[in-house]
Design a protein around this ligand. Sequence first.
Ligand SMILES: *Cc1c(COP(=O)(O)O)cnc(C)c1O
Length: 379
Amino acid sequence: MSTATAADQRVYNFSAGPAVLPVPVLEQARDEMLCLPGVGASILEISHRSAAFTAIIEAAEANIRKLLGVPDDYAVLFLQGGGRLQFWMTAANLIGELGAFKGKSADYLLTGSWGKQAMAEAKKVAPVRVAYDSSGSNYDRLPAPFCAGEPAMDLDPDAAYVHYTCNETIQGVQFPSEPDTGGVPLVCDASSDFMHKKLDVTKYGLIYACAQKNAGPAGVTIVIVNKALVADASPNLPIYCNYNTHIAEKSLNNTAPTFSIYIVKLVTEWLLREFGDLDAVYKQNQMKAKLLYDVMDAAPDFYIGHARRECRSLMNVAFRLPSDELTDAFLSGAKKRGLSDLKGHRSVGGARASIYNAMPVAGVECLRDYMLEFKNQQG
Ligand SMILES: *Cc1c(COP(=O)(O)O)cnc(C)c1O
């Protein structure tokens, strides 16, 4: 009989999402699976209106508020429908017939595949404008001043909001800081780098993030919204799609995704316990990404980065090898070492290493060592 435990069989999982979770979180969920301490039943079996679950959702919210310094005039919501529902819901609540800023349009920064999809959904609601578009170079860059020589954003000072994707998961392009919109509210899709560093939340009107990349499992999407921004959205919006419903009812208008919220609570507890604050998380994320980018920078003709240096992501490291044969050999060799899910998205090709908060430093070191070795063998 094998003595290998389930934990021994775990690989280093570089999946873009759903993605790696911290082992202590999985262990605690396992230990509490039959019975939440003092509750007598599992998280999967209790009412979303029970005292036990109320304590869980309140703790998850308090942890997020603490980690990100969310001010009181912002609500923290736990919704369903993923990032994709937010593509439409942000627009429906702000522009369009039922929106708080009816009659206005919104500006979109297209720096990757997700931003493009967000705009396509918003367009169903009301007119939108493209304020920047790097699709011509398959989304490898950002506007000036982030990338020198690029055009600046072409912003409409009268727009209801500017939507951008702070980390484009597929192309591995990340904004190093918020774009300056001259006072127009920022609406941000932070799905793949949520809680990877501290933010000044007051710079945003609304931040949304599906949890399954950097914050928890699939099934819940976290929204941080300035309550005043959405206050005038029409009550004629579908009840689930009106932010004011969820603000008023503390995300419990309907049955909330209880298990997913429970895991977000455990992940945020882990961040607080393991790192203390998001500055420490950020430091480790910078260090992990540098391990891989240093290898790429030393062999730029072998590991060919997709994103320009000024905007490459700390979360998703996307690169190609000189040929499809080498890419295949690289990926299959990686798999043999227990380095999984490194295949790039089909629209970019090559490889992509997603190294979210929960990816251990040892996993990135293992990949770094493999990249060096593979290059020496083949290069
Ligand atoms: C994964 C992802 C999404 C889509 O999320 P779903 O929950 O699958 O709808 C949206 N935006 C970004 C940046 C993502 O990485």
